[in-house]
Design a protein around this ligand. Sequence first.
Ligand SMILES: [Zn+2]
Length: 282
Amino acid sequence: MNVQFPSSVGIGKPFVLRVTSSEPLTGVEVVWQGSVVQLGVSVWNDRYIALGLLGTHVGKAKTGDHRLTLRLLAGGKRSEHPFSIKITPVQYKEDRLTLPEGMVTPPPSALKRIEAERKLTGAALATMTAERRWGLPIVRPVPGIVTSPYGRRRILNGKPRSPHGGVDFRAATGTPVLSALSGYVVLTGDHYYAGKSVYIDSGGGVIAHYFHMDTADVKQGDFVKAGQVVGKSGVTGRATGPHLHFGLALSGQMVDPEPLFSATVAQMLEKTALRKIIPKWK
Ligand SMILES: [Zn+2]
């Protein structure tokens, strides 16, 4: 039985964890950044395999050594294994934007709505289903170039804001938006900041979202395959021009999705050590 994951990862960057076992496993849990991540187990070549996609939010996590605890589950018993990952600094750029004051500081009349939407989107991002529906590489949602990458610190009208939690793609209004990963739609809405938006759960705490769309063409409960159209891009919500904001939350941590547009699981696990696990079932 072994586990693979990188020993160090840049802050904000996603990483893959793989557990491989010749003994039966019914589930795997990973305790990471204060969340319990549930990973489904699949059987392949007589081996039990669990894959996790994890990361840190550049605006919330700290660099340095972080504890990662692996819990193996089998027939009502569990075996717990602590590990450590080093989160290393990454230089993200800075954006200075000037927006209508009403969009930077919302009017008091909008605060109730914003708070209600924050609860809804917070619950959607915290969705945890074990069955893995994601695969790598993920699909690029629109063909346009990246106009604002993940992690850019935004100075809005001279006031520093939290770093950009997703990737902005150039996309003319009406451009079909493709789902980057397979999964179930857990939330759609027309929100104050995000405009018309769609949230999709791909299992193992992997939730993708698509903002500022002109139309959302899926509804809550729908299953979408990677590459399927979920809506048309637009300029709804807090947006200065037509574009698609694509965000990827990994167990609640907004990460940089860009490395995942080209990397396979094998490439994400390149140069990672195989760490042997000797379970102590309790
Ligand atoms: Zn954005």
